[in-house]
Ligand binder design. Structure first.
Ligand SMILES: [Zn+2]
Length: 333
């Protein structure tokens, strides 16, 4: 059964189902190392996080044209809406490493978000990522483009990629610019790197929310601070299992974080690449004993939307009959 969901952590490049990826690669003359749906699925088996990043860069390089970015945004909106999503914050990279024109990416994604609203009634806000391998100059370029497209739904800037080798601090000047211009700071931290990466994201980048943040569990004082300051963590359980950030779903720290009062929203991260979707994430959270409504409320608290949108989302959550949703702890097939 579907019920309203708010998703704050989803990478558009990671939403592209194998069929669409093959179609886009074919029309762009891009040579993927697989030419069948099964072949692409086999690519999506990761040894570790570094291997996942390698495959992410390989497959996302198939996206070249404005219409590719429009298409993947609209297709994911359709999928997410089928699973009950009413609001999404979508992440995307600019592909500066392969010389992609940033206007192509932004125009395509912004067109897709507008089309998704018209066709599926789903609100999408955008938070482009600074890749942790970028120079500071490149990081500034991401922020400048984010500002250029802010009237088309860009609300924040993120930081993604290999955390352990690339701590957040060097990117502080780019995030200072973003925040001074009114964009939010929504970096990844504490996924594979420890609490110090979350501390850096909070202190050096002024993070409004943290994407993942699950390794906070290793530092009780940090957990307390996140709870007291009501910093929302955008948690993606299946992703964490698939990249081996956690040994198993049963040992995921989400229930402990929630019990400690940390506000946690629930997302898919890269649903096509992790073989997941929103309903699967909620089923996983339910197995861990957590109630769907709490994630709607956390999503609402963390969402970077305007006030009219927020009150509409709040009303939706308040008027929905949550009693019809299966209780937490019930195994969902
Ligand atoms: Zn992510």
């Amino acid at each position: 059964m579907t019920y309203p969901k708010i998703e704050l952590h989803v990478h558009l490049e990671g939403t592209v189902r194998p069929e669409t990826l093959l179609e886009i690669a074919r029309r762009n003359g891009y040579a993927l190392p697989a030419d069948s749906v099964e072949g692409v699925r086999a690519l999506y088996e990761y040894r570790d996080f570094a291997h996942f990043i390698e495959i992410f860069m390989l497959t996302s390089a198939a996206l070249e044209r404005e219409d590719d970015f429009r298409q993947i945004t609209v297709e994911y909106a359709e999928e997410a809406a089928r699973h009950g999503a009413v609001y999404l914050e979508a992440i995307f990279a600019l592909g500066l490493w392969r010389g992609l024109d940033s206007d192509i990416v932004f125009s395509g994604v912004c067109d897709g978000a507008a089309e998704a609203r018209d066709r599926y009634g789903i609100e999408i806000r955008l938070t482009p990522d600074i890749a942790r391998v970028y120079s500071l100059d490149e990081a500034f370029q991401v922020v400048r483009y984010a500002l250029k497209y802010r009237d088309r739904g860009v609300v924040g800037v993120g930081l993604g990629g290999p955390e352990a080798e690339h701590p957040p601090e060097p990117y502080a000047p780019a995030f200072d610019l973003a925040r001074s211009e009114g964009l939010a700071s929504v970096p990844h931290a504490g996924e594979h790197a420890g609490p110090s990466s979350i501390r850096g994201a909070l202190d050096a980048l002024g993070a409004h929310r943290i994407r993942h943040g699950i390794r906070a569990i290793d530092d009780p004082e940090l957990v307390r601070e996140l709870a007291d300051r009501r910093v929302v963590l955008d948690v993606c359980p299946i992703s964490n299992v698939r990249t081996r950030a956690v040994p198993s779903l049963r040992r995921h720290p989400l229930p402990e974080l929630v019990a400690a009062g940390v506000v946690c929203s629930l997302s898919t991260d890269d649903p096509a690449m992790f073989g997941t979707d929103l309903s699967t994430e909620y089923a996983a959270a339910s197995e861990l004993g957590l109630e769907p409504r709490s994630f709607y409320e956390a999503g609402l608290e963390g969402a970077l939307c305007d006030e009219p949108t927020r009150s509409r989302l709040r009303e939706l959550g308040e008027t929905f009959d949550w009693a019809v949703v299966p209780s937490a702890g019930v195994e969902v097939p």
